[in-house]
Design a protein around this ligand. Structure first.
Ligand SMILES: Cc1cc2nc3c(=O)[nH]c(=O)nc-3n(C[C@H](O)[C@H](O)[C@H](O)COP(=O)(O)OP(=O)(O)OC[C@H]3O[C@@H](n4cnc5c(N)ncnc54)[C@H](O)[C@@H]3O)c2cc1C
Length: 398
């Protein structure tokens, strides 16, 4: 195991830094560094900039127009993007459905869908969860009945992130009720403009419209939009979830936010001194820093194993749990640092170009919303309780 970056990897890091410095729009960078609201256009502009450089598919094989980067190169890229204040790559297209289409889709599906994902022109969302089917995904009920050359889809998906922006949704649907639940699921690609689809916003406790309910009422989906074989969708679903969990530790983001926490704690005061000099507060920052350093080493060990062609196993669950706990702890300390100024929840003060008053320092206006929003990290992408079960069974053998 080698935890040091090679000269080639260091040169690559330099190249990534230079590209970001030249290509990341300043207004987007400002929003990310200050926890302001990002819109569809911000994500699309960044994806387009990456695409123009040939880096739109950082995790894709070259044959599909991707970079063909190694696991370490992907890590360096994501770390530098996060540090510089680039928006996260919206995962639903590039990192989730695209690998499934590449591995199991028909050549016609690959030609139809992959270019739009790479260029950022087509926005995807994920239709897995339903009321009553989140952790227990095998119990999905949304049905797809084959009728000649199309499926008729009925049911409801929930928690669908950014479905309000989406052109397409990939869905787990039930195509057989008579077999073991896992054996009767199929994987369908559905045009969000299809008649019979209704998107209803769910406003989360931070006041944001990020997630939705998606309803299907006799939606006709061409049979050619079935990925792979009918009733084999569970295999593709699990393959996708494996991709969903890569880079889940969020080391780069945590480093950026920890630096922001230190900046805030240097500006806030306690008993006439910078808060960062307060022994109790600085101890808590130090604890997070130590946890983050340890997690980074663990992440590098996983990457090193991946380089030797060992696919990441249950240790991905450790990265998910610890990575999300660290990000949540950072936002918790940020809100505590500004005290009562974090109490007002005013989303208008988080919009770029807002020139009204702030209750306290401008940087405090986004902290409450960010704190509340970060509670989701330990739920989505496979909740932390489920990850602990995986560790108990597969690592500890309990
Ligand atoms: C902000 C947000 C965005 C999301 N975006 C999407 C999206 O875009 N597309 C999509 O398909 N889904 C999305 N999800 C859904 C997410 O994947 C589910 O919320 C998650 O899988 C948990 O399922 P659930 O909500 O049904 O909770 P449940 O499965 O009902 O779990 C409730 C609680 O019980 C615990 N629990 C359940 N089973 C066990 C067990 N066996 N052992 C121990 N504890 C257990 C859980 O960990 C959790 O704490 C999103 C969720 C959130 C919060």
């Amino acid at each position: 195991m080698n935890l040091h970056f090679t000269p080639e990897e260091q040169a690559f890091r330099h190249e990534v830094k230079q590209f970001i410095a030249a290509s990341l729009p300043a207004d987007i960078q400002h929003k990310v560094h200050n926890g302001l609201i990002l819109e569809r256009d911000d994500y699309v502009r960044w994806q387009q900039a990456l695409h123009a450089r040939g880096w739109g598919g950082s995790s894709w094989a070259k044959e599909f127009g991707g970079t063909g980067w190694s696991a370490v190169q992907k890590y360096i890229f994501e770390e530098e993007c996060a540090a510089a204040g680039a928006p996260r790559i919206v995962p639903f297209g590039v990192k989730m459905v695209a690998p499934v289409i590449m591995a199991f889709g028909s050549p016609a599906q690959q030609q139809r869908f992959l270019p739009g994902i790479l260029s950022g022109e087509e926005w995807w969302c994920q239709g897995y969860s339903e009321p009553g089917s989140g952790s227990d995904l095998a119990s999905v009920k949304t049905s797809a009945q084959r009728e000649g050359d199309h499926y008729l889809v009925n049911g409801q998906k929930t928690w669908t992130t950014q479905a309000q922006y989406a052109d397409w949704i990939f869905c787990l649907v039930r195509t057989d009720n008579e077999v073991k639940p896992q054996r009767g699921i199929s994987f369908l690609l559905i045009d969000m403009k299809s008649p019979g689809i209704t998107v209803r916003p769910i406003i989360t406790m931070d006041g944001a419209h990020e997630v939705n309910e998606v309803w299907f009422d006799n939606v006709k989906v061409p049979a050619e939009n079935l990925v792979g074989e009918e009733n084999a969708g569970w295999t593709y679903a699990k393959f996708l979830l494996g991709h969903e969990r890569t880079n889940i530790a969020g080391i780069g983001i945590a480093k950026r936010e920890l630096a922001r926490l230190k900046r805030i704690a240097s500006q806030e005061t306690k008993n006439g001194k910078p808060l960062i000099e307060d022994p109790h507060f600085s101890l808590r920052i130090a604890q997070i820093q130590i946890d983050l350093n340890a997690l980074e080493i663990t992440n590098l060990r996983v990457l090193s194993a991946e380089e030797q062609r060992r696919t990441p196993g249950p240790e991905a669950s450790i990265l998910k749990i610890k990575g999300t706990e660290i990000q949540q702890a950072i936002t918790e300390l940020m809100t505590q640092a500004v005290g009562t100024y974090a109490l007002p929840l005013r989303r208008e003060a988080m919009a770029a170009g807002y020139d009204g008053e702030h209750a306290g320092p401008a940087y405090a206006s986004s902290l409450a919303a960010n704190y509340l929003n970060m509670r989701k990290l330990s739920i989505y992408g496979g909740s932390n309780e489920i990850q602990k079960n995986i560790i108990a069974q597969m690592i500890l053998g309990l």
